[in-house]
Design a protein around this ligand. Sequence first.
Ligand code: HEC
Length: 149
Amino acid sequence: MYHRTMWVRHLGLLHLGLLIVALAACGDDGSGTPIDAASGDSGTIINGCLSLSAPQANPGDPIDGDTFATAIAPIFQSRCTRCHSTTLSGAARNGAPLGFNWDDEASVRQHLAEIRNAIGVLNFMPPSDPRPTCDERRRVVRWIDADAP
Ligand code: HEC
């Protein structure tokens, strides 16, 4: 499925790379650089939220007790499963690829890297509202980086 949106995404990555080079070259005085309210991190905003390319946790970190069942499944239920669900087929999936079902923990675990990229780094998912808040994006990324407890 290498189509136009993939090219757009790759262009986005290229821009991100150039921006990081530019920021590094300008030094770290922070002027004009977006700051994430929750973490105090500065960085690049993509689609309204900080692009979380850096790790948000270490494997095994306690991450406030978050688990798939308690913290992540509810976010996916409210933001993703109107397209990415085992209960949907055909046009009802709104184009979400078959087998990418976020009400199925096994499917989530098979696609952790893609999910991290899609909602935490390039922030192109979901394609329409309601979208996750920036804090929800960070929480999912932190869970993935902690090794998905
Ligand atoms: C309105 C429907 C819709 C919603 C809601 C939605 N998606 Fe998607 N998703 C799609 C479509 C369409 C594609 C395939 C096209 C693409 O990859 O952009 C896709 C593809 C993906 C992919 C594969 C991307 C890749 O690497 O090619 C991931 C991962 C993903 N979605 C994660 C999510 C997550 C996580 C959520 C919720 C936070 C979500 N999506 C919400 C429609 C949706």
